[in-house]
Design a protein around this ligand. Structure first.
Ligand SMILES: [Zn+2]
Ligand SMILES: [Zn+2]
Length: 346
């Protein structure tokens, strides 16, 4: 089969790999129909993910059809359309039982797909723990609508959850890239009174404003004055999804006393917490990467029409042209937000 493969630092290429097969009774093999490209894929290619294993097929956000399921798999069977969870978790260890599936202690647990084991920018993918990690796509939900279930929308849903947004709150989301966009979408499920989204790129501000008209898209220079003037002197909750030094600082500066600051961005360098400057604000910081344990809930919300991230798909590219898709995605050219890579199965 054709697979987009991490050959060495700096190089991904389309290569031929053997079609995957079941390695255990809890596995399934999925025929991939649609895959996305994520910034984490670029991090792997650029050598910024030391645990990534050269030779693996990359890609961790995709949908497809179950081709084959192991004897112990109960919840999906051959022919089912499914979305795939970015985190393959065992469902049984201490961390999984607490919902902290990102830290699943099984050797295949956490983010393994397209990083430590073959992923979904390939014609087929083997999925460990198929019962927990494959989410059936209801009839009437298209592949495109389901595409972001396992990674982006899970991240947005989780970010909104850990930010502890209460009805009537003023919420600040920093970053209107795909992750910030999905966090803003999911935040609306918690009925904030005001949703402010701060983004430095005018194109992304306009994109967000167009597709999430309930939000107020502002520039970084506007955010602090705007939020300081609110009745409580800042945002009740902040989701930082931009990942720069400036955005990290803005996140706690814009928070009101006793707010939750959910830091879900990935940074390329260490950040400083100037504790004397924030003394007395009594903030709660939460940090880290998605616990993708709410994929089923996300799929229900998609099916009910309450979550729709399809506007993020600005480009569609056939698998044979995936090199071009990566170039476009990395350069952020041509108004690109997310690219849907269409499998061809020649
Ligand atoms: Zn990702
Ligand atoms: Zn586990």
């Amino acid at each position: 089969m054709l697979a987009y493969t991490y050959l060495a630092k700096g190089t991904f290429a389309l290569t031929q790999k053997p079609k995957p097969r079941l390695l255990g009774p809890r596995d399934a093999v999925v025929r991939v129909t649609l895959a996305s490209i994520c910034t984490s894929d670029l991090h792997i290619r650029n050598g910024a993910v030391p645990r990534a294993v050269p030779g693996i097929a990359v890609g961790h956000e995709f949908v497809g059809v179950v081709e084959e399921a192991g004897d112990a798999v109960r919840h999906v069977r051959r022919g089912d359309r499914v979305a795939v969870n970015v985190e393959t978790y065992c469902g049984e260890c201490f961390f999984c039982r607490n919902g902290w599936v990102n830290n699943c202690t099984h050797p295949l647990g956490g983010w393994a797909l397209g990083c430590r084991i073959d992923g979904g920018q390939a014609e087929y993918a083997r999925i460990p723990f198929a019962d927990t990690n494959l989410i059936p796509i209801p009839d009437g939900v298209s592949d495109e609508r389901a595409l972001f279930t396992g990674d982006l929308l899970s991240t947005g849903y989780w970010a909104a959850k850990i930010a502890e947004i209460r009805k009537g709150d003023t919420l600040l989301v920093i970053g209107a890239g795909p992750a910030g966009y999905c966090a803003a979408l999911c935040a609306l499920l918690h009925a904030p009174a005001r949703l402010v989204v701060c983004e430095s790129d005018p194109f992304r501000r306009a994109f967000l404003q167009e597709h999430i008209p309930q939000a107020e898209a502002v520039s970084p220079a506007q955010a602090l004055p705007l939020l300081s003037r609110t009745e409580r002197g800042g945002a009740d909750a902040v989701i930082e999804a931009a990942g720069t030094k400036e955005s990290f600082r803005l996140a706690w500066e814009c928070a009101r006393p006793n707010a939750v600051v959910a830091v879900v961005a990935m940074y390329e360098e260490a950040q400083t917490l100037p504790l004397p400057d924030m003394y007395g604000k009594n903030l709660t910081f939460k940090t880290g990467g998605v616990d993708g344990c709410d994929c089923r809930k996300v799929m229900e919300l998609i099916a009910a029409g309450a979550l729709d991230a399809t506007p993020l798909i600005t480009h569609r590219v056939p698998f044979s042209e995936i090199d071009r898709a990566y170039e476009l995605f990395e350069a952020k050219k041509d108004g690109v937000m997310k690219i849907a890579v269409q499998m061809e199965h020649m």
